[in-house]
Design a protein around this ligand. Structure first.
Ligand SMILES: Cc1ncc(COP(=O)(O)O)c(C=O)c1O
Length: 405
């Protein structure tokens, strides 16, 4: 099994005096690529050397710095460069986009999400309902089946059946708790054909699984960059707007950075948006933060997201098979096994319950294995093909065998 071609380019947290941690927490915060540090240091030096002239001088000048990220983001998103932009933060971007695309009208005013959505997404959609004078009654939450998963076809059917009531769907690319990856092409096209605007939250999908946003016909999408793009805590996020909205002239929360660049510094009173995704920008770009993203994306200039799905690099499949084979089967995998229905995250429920689960998680942490814990009984582990090795996975399997026996 050939793995972790990029491992040497990442910094691993230390464990004990000489060791390093066995890191499986890229679903929360990806490791730091050396290229991120170098890119930030470069911009700090340019600031020291140039002061305000850095906005216009040097390569790249800060004025269009965010575009240093566009080509890689577009490729990962399955979109054209004009339709993506590195900006803002995930929940903020979702609000900006929902302000434009959630346009309730009479009976058609409901928002559809998955039951058990990431809390911030639920807070965001409920607050959008409240802003329009509605309430939680107008939230539709799709229940999972007995296996904890949601059937893609059922979601598409529900959207079709209730299209006259639903004004917006906000759907995850990969569900944060279960690790289930959705058929966003099926769901996106169903919504589009039914005349229901749809946005995707790609927090756990971007950089984890291949995406084809333009083809899927989704109206918009937003993601964060601190997980699988490895751009650091609080990294600049990103968004996509479908090309059919390139000349969008509906409502939006405008700011000067979304204004047509050729006349931005004329400082006129009227807002003229940039065509495409950049028109949703609000504030001046945070260059030092963008530098970390630009540097981190160097990894994806070389790594091919499709190849990272190959059986050869599929450490997650190896881990799942080993967990299934633990004597006495103390652990239950929640994440679907099939490759098209998951990314690299595996969510593992501890059959003996919360206390035993928490004790197991703590022992793993003490041994230098980093995953994360989700109430009531889930350990999330994400073997990242960019930086995890088969030895990392074997080590985890041995510890699970020892601790959960
Ligand atoms: C699915 C999902 N939505 C929203 C968020 C919130 O992101 P942010 O704090 O960057 O807005 C997260 C954070 O992990 C997430 O996983």
């Amino acid at each position: 099994m050939q793995t972790a071609a990029f491992r040497d380019r990442f910094a691993f947290p230390r464990h004990g005096r000489d060791g390093r941690k066995t890191y499986f927490c890229g679903n929360s915060l990806g490791l730091m690529p050396d290229s991120a540090r170098a890119a930030v240091e470069k911009e700090l030096k340019r600031w020291a050397d140039l002061g305000v002239d850095g906005h216009f001088d040097g390569d790249p000048a800060w004025l269009g710095y965010h575009r240093q990220c566009t080509d890689v983001l577009a490729r990962l998103a399955g979109a054209r460069p004009r339709d993506v932009v590195a900006m803002g933060a995930l929940t903020v971007n979702l609000h900006l986009l929902m302000t434009s695309f959630y346009r309730p009208d009479g009976r058609k005013r409901k928002i559809l999400i998955e039951r058990g959505a990431f809390p911030s997404d639920r807070y965001a959609v409920v607050s959008q309902l409240l802003l329009h004078g509605y309430g939680e009654d107008d939230l539709i939450e799709v229940d999972p089946g007995e296996d904890g998963l949601i059937d893609d076809a059922r979601v598409a059917e529900l959207i079709r059946a209730r299209a006259d009531e639903i004004a917006l769907v906000l759907w995850p690319g990969v569900q944060y708790a279960t690790g289930q990856r959705f058929d966003c092409g099926l769901i996106g096209r169903a919504a589009h054909e039914a005349g229901v605007p749809i946005g995707l939250d790609l927090a756990h999908a971007m950089g984890n699984v291949p995406l084809a946003l333009e083809d899927w016909q989704v109206d918009f999408a937003a993601w964060c960059s601190y997980k699988y793009l490895n751009a650091g805590p609080g990294a600049v996020a990103g968004l996509f707007v479908h090309p059919r909205h390139a000349d969008f002239d509906g409502p939006r929360l405008a700011g000067w950075w979304g204004h047509d660049e050729s006349t931005r510094f004329v400082m006129g009173p009227d807002f003229e948006p940039i065509r495409g995704a950049e028109g949703w920008q609000v504030s001046g770009a945070p260059v030092l933060n963008l530098a970390a993203l630009r540097g981190a994306l160097d990894i994806y200039r070389e790594a091919d997201i499709d190849s990272l799905q190959d059986a050869e690099t599929d450490l997650t499949a190896h881990l799942m098979a080993a967990v299934d084979n633990l004597p006495g089967q103390p652990l239950k995998i929640v994440t679907p096994r099939e490759r098209p229905r998951r990314g690299c995250q595996v969510s593992i429920a501890v059959r003996a319950g919360r206390e035993a689960g928490r004790a197991l998680f703590d022992r793993l942490q003490d041994a230098g294995v980093v995953g994360d814990w989700r109430e009531p009984d889930i350990i999330r582990i994400s073997p990242n093909p960019l930086y995890n090795s088969i030895e990392d996975v074997e080590r985890l399997i041995a510890l699970l065998d020892e601790f959960s026996g």
